[in-house]
Design a protein around this ligand. Structure first.
Ligand SMILES: [Zn+2]
Ligand SMILES: [Zn+2]
Length: 156
């Protein structure tokens, strides 16, 4: 039996039954939280079609340059959702993501705002608060590989 891939979004569900169907079909994001999770997973998977397609036209960038994004994503935690249910047309999700970038461990906290138009949820905007911590080269890498940071994600 092949190993089951756990979804990157932190749900602890198999990827094939969590965010993957949403990445393939935007309309499966029936709540703001589902869309939030699928967009985080799309960043991890570099799935531009879903990222751009679920970005509100008012704030959507023309294209995505993944060189501007963190290379090693460590996870996401959702703290709270306001509205954003299947019955709402607006909603927000308060979350934290952790990632490694440029030799630093970053924690990004954001309250993202979502809008529903013609039955599809879209990401509108969010204000991020980023805390960065320099990582020690000889300490274990925070990605959980068990290797020293300098031999693992430092150079990614
Ligand atoms: Zn997921
Ligand atoms: Zn690592």
């Amino acid at each position: 039996m092949s190993e089951i891939e756990i979804c990157p979004c932190g749900s602890n569900q198999p990827y094939t039954r969590c965010c993957q169907p949403v990445l393939e079909d935007h309309s499966r994001a029936t709540t703001a939280e589902i869309l939030m999770r699928s967009r985080y997973t799309a960043f991890v998977k570099k799935h531009d079609k879903h990222l751009l397609g679920s970005w509100h036209t008012r704030t959507r960038p023309k294209s995505l340059n993944h060189e501007d994004f963190p290379v090693v994503w460590l996870g996401m935690e959702i703290h709270a959702c306001e509205n954003g249910t299947a019955e709402d047309t607006v909603g927000s999700v308060d979350f934290t993501t952790r990632y490694i970038e440029g030799g630093q461990l970053s924690m990004l906290r954001e309250k993202s705002e979502f809008l529903k138009e013609e039955n599809l949820w879209y990401y509108l905007r969010g204000e991020a608060d980023i805390k960065k911590n320099k990582l020690e080269q000889n300490k274990p890498c925070p990605c959980g590989s068990g290797k020293k940071f300098k031999r693992c994600c430092l150079n990614s």
